[in-house]
Design a protein around this ligand. Structure first.
Ligand SMILES: Cc1cc2nc3c(=O)[nH]c(=O)nc-3n(C[C@H](O)[C@H](O)[C@H](O)COP(=O)(O)OP(=O)(O)OC[C@H]3O[C@@H](n4cnc5c(N)ncnc54)[C@H](O)[C@@H]3O)c2cc1C
Length: 390
């Protein structure tokens, strides 16, 4: 497998770095990181990134994108995160909602929504999880009842991020109770400012707060149905891997690993005397695992097909990278302890509080392992001689 970059991708990386070092972006990032609030509003920064063409990198130009490849888009994500751009608005809006619309949305939805997402002028939330319904979305209870020209939605969504500042929600709801629980689910685009949408903050220990979104008689039109009515389960199977490329977790691991290693090397890059000795095994182990997480994320980039992403690759990348990011956050905080250098203390504290959620968000580790084992068992049973060959 070739993980090298083409000359064009390398040139693109240099251009992205130059944009991220431009005075307007540097100033916006500095302002964001200096803010007093735990979760400052990132929309201004995203508008700048949109103006510089860094959000819809691999989307067609007619939908506001740059018409480049998935590898170019991954390069942009890596550089944005390394520069300190908070990624949730990107992961939820561009990577999940935007990509799903590209795959399954109507032409009207693509023209209505995608240019705004790519420009950093429109933002989207993912409204799947409900109280008591997370891993198994086939059990969701939010109801969408057909009315003249559309549907009326009633239900409650929880644990979604950024919903206090988003314009649109991608909402999974039940349109029919007939047949199995996998049938009768439908995805809708919901205007977050529509009458009947009530957003409340749910406090959590991480910097980014959860939200509870109450939907009371919210009216959506037929144009807001993503795919066809009743196709929700199949679309979720396409949408969920889009959140699971592992890049967001691998890049967290990378940043926190660097923070964990701070002070362990001398000017020539070697271990800095006896103080480094007790940590060298951890440095090697976490360094290798963090690099492996990034490679698993890159392996997903090459697997984008007409139906979206390869689910085995994305589950593997999500599981491994999120477990590694959580482990490295704990290690880095423990290694520095209360003596953390002042310039790292806030980062380590924030990472430590974010770590437990990483192996839950976008699909829990147990669910990723279940998906992976399902694929592997199916592959094994399809090849009756596999065990003999080994
Ligand atoms: C940081 C963060 C951000 C999130 N952002 C969003 C968002 O933007 N939008 C949104 O809709 N949701 C969001 N979520 C919710 C997230 O998708 C759910 O928390 C997750 O899917 C798990 O669902 P649950 O909380 O209901 O737990 P449950 O599904 O009840 O799981 C509880 C535990 O049981 C385990 N478990 C469940 N089923 C099985 C099984 N079959 N086999 C083995 N173990 C099992 C799980 O792995 C987990 O450890 C976010 C969560 C976090 C932590």
């Amino acid at each position: 497998m070739d993980f090298g970059h083409t000359a064009d991708e390398t040139r693109f990386r240099d251009r992205v770095r130059a944009v991220l070092q431009s005075p307007d972006v540097v100033a916006a990032l500095r302002e964001l990181h200096a803010a007093e609030e735990r979760e400052p509003d990132e929309r201004g920064l995203y508008r700048l990134l949109g103006e510089h063409g860094l959000l819809g990198v691999d989307w067609p130009r007619r939908y506001g994108g740059q018409g480049r490849t998935a590898a170019h888009a991954a390069v942009a994500v890596e550089e944005m995160m390394r520069a300190g751009v908070p990624d949730t608005l990107f992961v939820n809006g561009v990577q999940t909602v935007g990509k799903l619309l590209l795959l399954a949305g109507s032409e009207e939805q693509k023209r209505r929504v995608l240019p705004g997402l790519a420009a950093g002028r429109c933002f989207a939330s993912v409204l799947y999880t409900e109280p008591g319904v997370g891993s198994d979305l086939s059990a969701l209870t939010t109801r969408a009842v057909a009315v003249e020209g559309g549907h009326r939605i009633d239900g409650v969504k929880v644990f979604n991020l950024k919903s206090g500042i988003t314009d649109l929600g991608l909402c999974a709801a039940r349109t029919s109770s007939e047949g199995s629980r996998y049938e009768g689910l439908t995805l809708f685009l919901v205007d977050m400012r529509a009458p009947g949408v009530r957003v409340q903050r749910l406090d959590t220990m991480a910097d980014e707060q959860f939200h509870r979104v109450g939907l009371e008689g919210v009216l959506v039109t037929d144009a807001d149905v993503v795919g066809a009515v009743g196709d929700g389960w199949a679309l979720l199977a396409e949408a969920l891997p889009l959140e699971r490329t592992g890049f967001d977790f691998a890049l967290r691991a990378e940043r926190w690993y660097e923070a964990g290693c701070a002070g362990l090397t001398s000017a020539d890059g070697g271990p800095d005397g006896p103080a480094a000795a007790p940590w060298l095994a951890d440095v090697g182990r976490h360094g290798a695992a963090t690099a492996a997480a990034r490679l698993l994320a890159w392996r997903c980039v090459g697997s984008v097909g007409a139906e979206g992403l390869d689910e085995l690759r994305t589950s593997t990348a999500k599981w491994y990278a999120s477990e590694q990011a959580a482990a490295v956050a704990r290690w880095a905080a423990t290694r520095h302890g209360p003596d953390a250098p002042p310039e790292l203390a806030a980062l380590l504290d924030s990472a430590y509080r974010e770590a437990p959620g990483l192996t839950l968000s976008g699909g829990t580790s147990e669910m990723m392992l279940q998906t992976m084992s399902g694929f592997l068992l199916a592959a094994e049973s399809a090849d009756p001689y596999a065990a003999e060959v080994e």
